[in-house]
Design a protein around this ligand. Structure first.
Ligand code: URA
Length: 225
């Protein structure tokens, strides 16, 4: 069965949650991945960053955002003035999904599908319940959809503070309706969507794409005060 914390405000539950997630069989991704890569960071952190899923290096090392995308993210956080102690980093899906080119050793990242995102959602919700952050930042399309449902579009919704939808509705069409015209100022937890840091690495105009990521993270830094 899936572990859910009794008292959402008990931060020690984060450790129990991580231990339970290590044995998750909620979808088939555990079969090929090395391990569950759970969220990491300060339990008292006011910001939760949500990525897509662990990559090759994260799968090997067991920690989120420790590969190339993580280095872009670290640099942008520092430049935006968001302190490490304020940040908890996690992913929408907690196992690495990949394919191999026939006979090759290289593991090529595959985006998680809707069923895998749904299967993994309870872990993300449980993290958010325990952490009670001031701001949640979704990195890229998968994380945005995991929180706001399949109608989410990074290009349309990035770069502004929105109210985080009710945790009961997260990842469903109701979440998208909730944030459509909700005033972010009054929300206990706010949501800011931005691009995935790996988009910087893929882009031809890296500097511009990076500058956009930085602009978005500066909005988060300002919101934290
Ligand atoms: N990309 C992600 O979305 N998450 C990670 O943890 C690493 C790379």
């Amino acid at each position: 069965g899936m572990f859910l914390p009794d008292d959402p405000r008990d931060r020690s539950d984060l450790r129990k949650l991580r231990a339970a997630a290590a044995d998750c069989r909620g979808c088939d991704l555990y079969r090929d991945a090395t391990r569950t890569v759970f969220g990491e960071g300060e339990p008292g952190g006011r910001v939760v960053l949500v990525g897509e899923q662990p990559g090759d290096q994260e799968d090997r090392r067991g920690a989120p955002f420790v590969g190339p995308a993580g280095r872009v993210l670290d640099r942008a956080l520092e430049e935006a003035g968001i302190e490490r102690g304020d940040v908890y980093v996690t992913n929408a899906v907690k196992h690495f999904k990949f394919t191999r080119v026939a006979g090759g050793k290289r593991r090529i990242h595959q985006p998680p599908n809707a069923g895998e995102m749904r299967a993994c959602r309870p872990w993300l919700l449980a993290e958010l319940r325990i952490l009670e952050p001031d701001v949640v930042v979704s990195l890229g399309a998968t994380a945005g959809k995991a929180l706001l449902g399949s109608s989410f579009r990074v290009t349309k919704q990035r770069g502004r503070l929105m109210p985080l939808p009710d945790l009961e509705t997260i990842g469903t069409p109701a979440a998208a309706r909730e944030i459509a015209d909700g005033p972010a100022e009054r929300a206990d937890t706010r949501l800011l969507a931005t691009i995935h840091p790996s988009a910087v690495l893929r882009a031809e105009d890296r500097d511009d794409v990076y500058a956009g990521l930085l602009d978005d993270l500066r909005i988060v830094a300002t919101a934290l005060g």
